[in-house]
Design a protein around this ligand. Structure first.
Ligand code: SF4
Ligand code: SF4
Length: 244
């Protein structure tokens, strides 16, 4: 997600480029890749998995996530807490991923990575994809060939990309001072609005949020029922409150 050194131009893939890949349970490597990884979780990833598991955001964050700060911006960034002893993903089962329909962006993209068209300092550039280094992955030797676009759509990546790019728009906001970290209070705002959707919903409902940000009753009703709309409101709130 955070690509400070993008791959060379010849390794970049556009939507119409093709690659070989097929993953299935007849491969000797089946399930072997869901371990010993740094697996980032975007706000939309968390929203989806937490809902699939019917957990309160507090419980999901405590049980399943690790927290660190992006060294350049001071933005909180989260990843999956892998098992202590063998580093196994908590969501892998004998038949594969137990949260498959709501698996995170990085798992959907694999064996590809993606660089959005957004970069530090707000400089626009082209979106591109690239093949990851995938040691031990038999799937990349399979005969099945597909375009990047077909892969993106088949893996249900479109809503993930849309929401993740909103987050990247904040992380690389043109008004942010690259030399200055978010302070503790700003980091807490990001944690609530981006990652703790249940707490953010309470904040919107029980404080003077609607009056302060001039949000109408219809919008409030919508975000009470729709997590994605609430997260989108959270991104707008952070845009105003951190960078105006
Ligand atoms: S979330 Fe699912 S696909 Fe991703 S590493 Fe865990 S088990 Fe594997
Ligand atoms: S290593 Fe590659 S082919 Fe094997 S299970 Fe993982 S993604 Fe599928």
């Amino acid at each position: 997600m955070f690509l400070d050194t993008p791959p060379p131009t010849e390794k970049r893939l556009g939507l119409t480029d093709t690659f070989n890949f097929s993953c299935h349970n007849r491969l000797s490597c089946f399930n072997s890749c869901c371990r010993n990884k740094h697996l980032p979780l975007t706000p939309y990833d968390i929203l989806r998995i937490r809902k699939a598991l019917s957990l309160h955001s507090d419980d999901f964050l405590e049980r399943y996530t690790l927290y660190r700060l992006d060294p350049k911006s001071g933005f909180p960034v989260l990843s999956i807490k892998m098992g202590d002893e063998e580093g196994v993903c908590p969501f892998v089962g004998p038949d594969g991923c137990t949260v498959y329909n709501d698996r995170p962006t990085a798992c959907r993209l694999y064996p590809l990575g993606r660089s959005s068209g957004i970069s530090r300092g707000g400089t626009a550039r082209e979106e591109f994809f690239y093949l990851l280094d995938t040691p031990g992955c038999e799937g990349v030797k399979e005969k099945k060939v597909q375009t990047v676009e077909v892969w993106r759509d088949d893996q249900g990546l479109v809503p993930y990309i849309e929401m993740n790019d909103k987050m990247l728009g904040l992380l690389f906001h043109p008004n942010s001072d690259g030399s200055k970290h978010l302070d503790l209070r700003q980091q807490q705002k990001v944690m609530v609005a981006c990652y703790n959707i249940d707490l953010f919903r309470e904040f919107v409902l029980k404080t003077g949020f609607a009056e302060q940000y001039k949000i109408g009753k219809e919008t409030i009703k919508e975000v009470m029922e729709n997590d994605t709309a609430l997260l989108t409101m959270g991104f707008s709130y952070l845009d105003q409150s951190l960078f105006s």
